[in-house]
Design a protein around this ligand. Structure first.
Ligand code: ZN
Length: 149
């Protein structure tokens, strides 16, 4: 996102709100530190390609719900979930693509949850990565355990 004041290409998001029109963000330029607002029409801008080849508009709410479910009853603040969603959304839009495979998003969520909470990570993996058999789950658990040592 180009800064309207100095033209610098990098900014950080200081606030994100969903409005009727789309997503409203307050950004701070990393160079001149001035703040500006952008509006994004997310649902029309990005399509998610599902495993079966179907496409559907990116749905921030749905992504949030999925992560929230994985984090249920874990010591994870809603602000953490929002932060993950914001980071993923930022990243998706920075790719500048019209379509993104659902697995790409799944991997991104898993990467974030892994840092945050191993149990939420496993839950998300089971549901969204279609981890269907116990062997796959066991392998993932072993891998996680080895990484945490
Ligand atoms: Zn600037």
């Amino acid at each position: 996102m180009i800064c309207p004041y100095c033209g610098h290409g990098d900014s950080r998001v200081v606030d994100t709100r969903t409005t009727g029109e789309g997503i409203r963000r307050r950004r701070e330029c990393l160079a001149c530190r001035k703040r500006f607002t952008t509006y994004e029409q997310i649902s029309e801008a990005l399509l998610i390609v599902k495993r079966d080849g179907r496409r559907e508009p990116f749905d921030r709410h749905k992504l949030t719900q999925g992560i929230r479910i994985a984090c249920a009853k874990r010591p994870i603040a809603m602000t953490d979930v929002d932060r993950i969603v914001n980071q993923i959304e930022e990243h998706l839009f920075s790719l500048g693509k019209a379509e993104v495979r659902s697995e790409v998003i799944g991997e991104m969520v898993l990467g974030k949850l892994k840092e945050l909470d191993p149990l939420a990570y496993i839950r998300f993996a089971i549901v969204y990565m279609e981890m269907e058999d116990v062997e796959t789950l066991q392998r993932e658990l072993d891998r996680l355990r080895a990484e945490r040592k």
